[in-house]
Design a protein around this ligand. Structure first.
Ligand SMILES: *Cc1c(COP(=O)(O)O)cnc(C)c1O
Length: 374
């Protein structure tokens, strides 16, 4: 059996929504982008949404909109997808990594304050695997020190922390979502900024559109901008997917439950846990950990041989070759992130994973671990 890591879930309505755009004169800069923005912003309780070309461009514009530049420091996590740190480097600011909590893999708020200096401008937290970071503690620290909170919610659309959605202005001054095909909802490529801050929204709107001003005079450019726009086909797909979000999250919840049922009996691995403060978990990926003494890479090799796609998710950012080169990071700098990096495996996870596929993954995982336990 071949079991892919991820697979998009595109309905007949989703396809119709995209095709309908192709019959209009507006393939870009049309009405769907605004509708999609209003839908997502409204969902998380933010005043403004700004749709862009990717989650990475959303993060880049947030860093710029909060005035972060050369010489500034941004506190962030080393256990993430590389974009959450690269967006700081784009502006020649410095990512200051703080180690993560072993339970969730998210930034450990208890370690943030000692990393704050006179140059710190913001805390950029990530909701890894869809599990919210300790967003209330992060916001509290930021307020005490006059810092901005940027939330990389690219993996956590739909998750809630203490009754507030990830990306909510209750926690973040600005947050990013991403709509790559493996995310909860997709636009192909795409992303969105959400914020309550009118100035941040205005700057992001301008910068995604070549730095044009509000009046929209076509060849008047008020600031350095980019082409980070989302096109109309993508926005139509996003909107159609967004309308199915409840159904999608329920399907993912069902898959996560089935995995928990099938995998809990396997010794030598541990399953993802959801903190009690998380009032809703939106599953992005399903990441298991192998316990000490089990060789993660051998487990992955066996699964791969058996047709089961899997990934070492995440591989810590500070140990990526160019971060080592730029900043001199080495093994041992962020031990919790590194231990997770050595033990985590993302196994197949998407809306429509079947009971048979889950049973097969469980069977092969059990075999893979048993082979090592001799
Ligand atoms: C997906 C993702 C992003 C953005 O990815 P894009 O491919 O640029 O849309 C950023 N941060 C995290 C943690 C992600 O998982």
């Amino acid at each position: 059996m071949e079991v892919p890591l991820s697979r998009p879930d595109i309905s007949w309505e989703d396809k119709q929504a995209v095709v309908a755009v192709l019959d209009t004169p507006f393939l870009a800069l049309g009405p769907h982008v605004q509708r999609f923005e209003e839908a997502v912003a409204g969902y998380v309780g933010a005043r403004f949404g700004v749709a862009v070309s990717s989650g990475t461009s959303a993060l880049h514009l947030l860093v710029k909109a909060f005035g972060i530049g050369e010489g500034d420091e941004v506190i962030t996590t080393p256990f993430s997808f590389i974009a959450s740190a690269n967006c700081i480097l784009y502006e020649r600011a410095r990512p200051v990594f703080v180690d993560v909590e072993p339970e969730t893999g998210n930034i450990n708020p208890d370690l943030i304050e000692r990393a704050i200096t006179a140059r710190t401008k913001a805390i950029l937290s990530v909701d890894s695997f869809g599990h919210p970071a300790r967003l209330d503690d992060i916001r509290g620290i930021a307020e005490r020190h006059g810092l901005a909170v940027i939330e990389d919610a690219c993996e956590s659309l739909g998750s809630e922390y203490r009754g507030q959605k990830c990306g909510s202005p209750a926690y973040a001054h600005g947050a990013s979502f991403a709509f790559y095909p493996n995310k909860q909802i997709t636009t192909g490529e795409g992303g969105m900024i959400v914020t309550d801050d009118e100035e941040v929204a205005r700057l992001c709107r301008s910068m995604r559109n070549q730095g044009r001003g509000e009046t929209g005079v076509w060849l008047s450019h008020e600031r350095l901008g980019y082409n980070y726009r989302m096109d109309e086909m993508s926005a139509a797909l996003g909107l159609s997917q967004f309308r199915r979000l409840e159904e999608i999250l329920a399907k993912r919840e069902r898959v996560a439950r089935m995995y928990a049922d099938h995998l809990s009996r396997i010794s030598g691995i541990s399953l993802p846990r959801v903190a009690p403060e998380v009032t809703r978990m939106s599953w992005f990926v399903y990441v298991i950990r192998v316990e000490d003494g089990i060789n993660r890479d051998s487990v992955m090799d066996y699964l791969t041989q058996m047709g089961i796609q899997c990934r070492p998710y995440f591989s810590p950012i500070h140990l990526q070759p160019f971060y080592r080169q730029l900043f001199g990071y080495k093994e041992g700098d962020f031990p919790v992130a590194e231990r997770l990096g050595r033990s985590c495996i993302a196994i197949p996870f998407h809306n429509n994973l079947t009971k048979e596929e889950i049973a097969y993954v469980a069977e092969k995982l059990e075999e893979a671990v048993a082979r090592q336990q001799g």
